[in-house]
Design a protein around this ligand. Structure first.
Ligand code: GLN
Length: 212
């Protein structure tokens, strides 16, 4: 079959954290969806301009933001998201997108974020490394069947703005949200052994590219 000229490009922010795991999950999603697409690491502003959707991996939000700031990638990221580019922020990635950040132990952190996602977030809301856990989540957007939430030093959403849809909760805390082109999860979908969340995201990127 003749390959379509324009390939869908999914980016994974490549500074720190669960980078390879997200690349693998996105590649699996693209393959299973039989899409002409590729997955690339993104670090520099010019790379950020080229992608149709970007995944911000879990890891350490302060380190990732600091590295992105050094590369002058944060303002571009903020602008591209505001212009409609789909973004999937998982764990530290969701923290990087939020309006305001608190830490369970130390209060407001004043760390830099893009601020595109209208939420207040509490870092380490379920405790620290030893309190990492897995839980079955009900996420209607992904269809029937529980989605395995892998929570590692996970944050939770403590306040959500009016345009923010809550898509999953656990233990009375908000653990996944959607605001137009932005999905944020407290957990690590790339570690679930289930690429439904990545497929949902690839679909959003595909729809976005079609509007361009
Ligand atoms: N607690 C980490 C942070 O604040 C996030 C943990 C994770 O991404 N698994 O950056």
């Amino acid at each position: 079959m003749k390959k379509k000229k324009h390939q869908l490009t999914i980016g994974v922010l490549g500074f720190q954290g669960d980078i390879e795991e997200n690349v693998a999950a996105a590649e699996q999603a693209v393959e299973e969806m039989k899409i002409n697409g590729k997955v690339e690491l993104v670090r520099y502003p010019e790379e950020m301009e080229k992608v149709d959707g970007l995944i911000l991996p879990g890891g350490e939000s302060t380190v990732q933001t600091a590295l992105a700031a050094i590369q002058r990638s944060l303002p571009i990221l903020k602008k591209r998201i505001a212009d409609g580019m789909p973004v999937l922020g998982t764990c530290a990635g969701m923290i990087m997108l939020s309006k305001k950040v608190y830490d369970h132990a130390v209060g407001e952190t004043k760390q830099k974020t893009t601020g595109n996602l209208d939420i207040v977030i509490e870092r380490n809301a379920f405790g620290r490394q030893n309190d990492s856990f897995e839980a079955d989540l009900k996420i209607d957007m992904l269809g029937k069947g529980a989605f395995k939430g892998v929570f590692i030093r996970a944050p939770a959403v403590s306040e959500a703005g009016k345009d923010v849809e809550v898509i999953a909760t656990h233990a009375s805390k908000i653990v996944a949200v959607k605001q137009k082109n932005i999905i944020g999860t407290s957990f690590h979908p790339e570690l679930a052994g289930d690429v439904r969340m990545h497929k949902q995201f690839v679909k959003m990127a595909l729809d976005y590219r079609r509007t361009k």
